[in-house]
Design a protein around this ligand. Sequence first.
Ligand SMILES: N[C@@H](CCC(=O)N[C@@H](CS)C(=O)NCC(=O)O)C(=O)O
Length: 318
Amino acid sequence: MITLYELHWSHYCEKIRLALSYAGLPWQTCDIQAFSKKELLAYPSPSHMNRRTVPAIFDATLHTFVMDSTPILRYLCKNYPQVQALYPGDLSHQRAIDAMLIELDTKLGLLARRFGYTQVILECPSLLSTLFLSRVAGGFFTWPGMRWIAGHILGMLLCQRFAFHQSESSHLYEALENYLLPLARRLEVHAFVVGDTFSMADLALAAYLRPLTIVPFFFEHPQLQSLFAHQRTVLAEHSTEGSSAYQVAIAKARQSQPPVRRRTRQVAAVLPFAEASAYAHNDQRPVWAWQTWLLPYRYLFPLRSGKVRQMLASQGIQ
Ligand SMILES: N[C@@H](CCC(=O)N[C@@H](CS)C(=O)NCC(=O)O)C(=O)O
């Protein structure tokens, strides 16, 4: 039996759930405590990582622990023939799928996470308390009132961890848009992300697009619709999960308030992450650093710069 350690709302974890379900392997999940990660402490961190992250799996049959989503998939593919169907073709095709997975982990996964959390902070910050603190202190932080306060404190800590406040000044929305446009053009004429066969790359793309479904700039982008159509097709066929907690919370918030959009700009922008290697890049920073005292300012001003509440997209606001 395989145990998947996860934070259920993480798109990196959804990627592994999709693969395990596709392969039909026996597996169970264990939701970790987001702050202490105590469920993972008994296991060593892999040599290429300096912190513990989820997804991580423990395979009781082969007594093996693996952390980091693409290495998890490599491990499953090596040891379980059912997973090999997600890496079809000859060796060079399998390598192309693996390289695409690392690229998506780094280029799409990291920014989709930043923009998804930013949207939650701007539209329904209380959800953060439910996600992170519902099992802490008997659920005290999810009580009305407390939920709102704790949500904003968590929002500030996440802002420090992932530098949400730099997204506008570093032109990251445009950088991700520029990365996604060629992929969207490909999916207008090809059915699959790599080659002419369904593969793990299609499942990964579907999982990683989920946070962007709550970000109007991407989800309503006329030239990116083939990506979301591909995602709907893949999830309809290979997922039984339905909407995630943040999609539900955002939809509810938008019943009473317009969505938060952004002022668009014409800028040349490229993704800031290093070229992919055998392992994905990660962008987590220590929460407690000398700049932590700047957090309230960053949270209240740069994070919100260029953001506008508006029901429909219009000239210059998307
Ligand atoms: N490249 C990693 C990314 C995993 C990752 O960053 N996971 C996040 C959840 S989305 C995590 O464990 N965060 C814990 C933390 O920030 O301390 C993968 O593909 O698995």
